[in-house]
Design a protein around this ligand. Structure first.
Ligand SMILES: [Zn+2]
Length: 245
């Protein structure tokens, strides 16, 4: 295949542009800002899970507290009733003994319930403190997430802007290229990722392999408008310089 030098210069610019576009795509796929955002999202989900566990534990403890409190109330009422009976002076000595015995038992029971209540209250205090710390962490993560999302969006917008400019230039270049040369470039690019590259220092611009002497002799002998391919990878080997060089 033959192509004028002007066509080869356009093709070189297209190849360089496509390499830049690939780099931009790669950058979008490996954005540190995106990774940071995802890490924060994971941290926030974990914090939400821990908060849910603490919430359940607090509900349990609250239920224990209500149960113990109503038990304490019931014991107190029983004591009041027994004391009322004792004070009334209407009980016989046998009943008196029984009532005093019951009051002793009730007092011990009340002391034990109050001890338990104290323990559960302490546990509640501890859980509430943990919940407070966890909630503060969760809220802080929410703030960080907003900032991280903003940072990610800003970088994406910058990349998108760079891509838009290059896409427009690409359209121009493609419309200026001969169909046959463009088709060859597209085929090669689809198969190896790089359609065309400059031949620099005897190395292929696609696979970077150094061409052997025989190849170099063939290339040197070829006319300027000859479309050369790398014998290793098939990349179109361009001997021209880019517009900015
Ligand atoms: Zn090659």
């Amino acid at each position: 295949m033959k192509a004028e030098v002007a066509q080869q210069i356009l093709l070189l610019e297209l190849a360089e542009l496509d390499a830049e576009l690939s780099r931009l795509t790669h950058r979008v796929a490996h954005l540190p800002e995106q990774q940071r955002l995802e890490q924060l999202q994971t941290d926030q989900r974990n914090a939400a899970d821990r908060l849910a566990v603490l919430g359940i534990a607090l509900e349990d403890v609250d239920a224990q507290i209500s149960r113990l409190e109503s038990e304490v109330d019931a014991v107190r009422q029983r004591e009041d009733r027994d004391r009322g009976l004792l004070d009334s002076g209407t009980v016989n000595p046998k009943q008196l003994e029984e009532l005093q015995h019951e009051l002793d038992t009730l007092e011990r029971r009340q002391a034990s319930l109050e001890d338990s209540l104290m323990e559960v209250m302490e546990r509640r205090e501890q859980l509430a403190a943990e919940q407070g710390t966890e909630q503060a962490g969760f809220d802080g993560l929410g703030q960080e997430l907003i900032a991280a999302e903003q940072a990610r969006d800003e970088v994406l917008a910058e990349i998108e802007q760079a891509r838009t400019g290059r896409d427009a230039r690409r359209t121009d270049l493609v419309s200026g290229l001969e169909a046959e040369l463009l088709a060859l470039y597209d085929r090669q690019r689809a198969s190896s990722g790089i359609g065309a590259g400059r031949l620099i220092g005897g190395r292929c611009g696609g696979c970077r392999i150094e061409l052997d002497r025989g190849e170099m002799a063939r290339i040197t002998a070829a006319s300027d408008d000859e479309v050369l391919r790398c014998s290793e990878c098939g990349t179109i080997l361009l001997r021209v310089r880019g517009p900015g060089e």
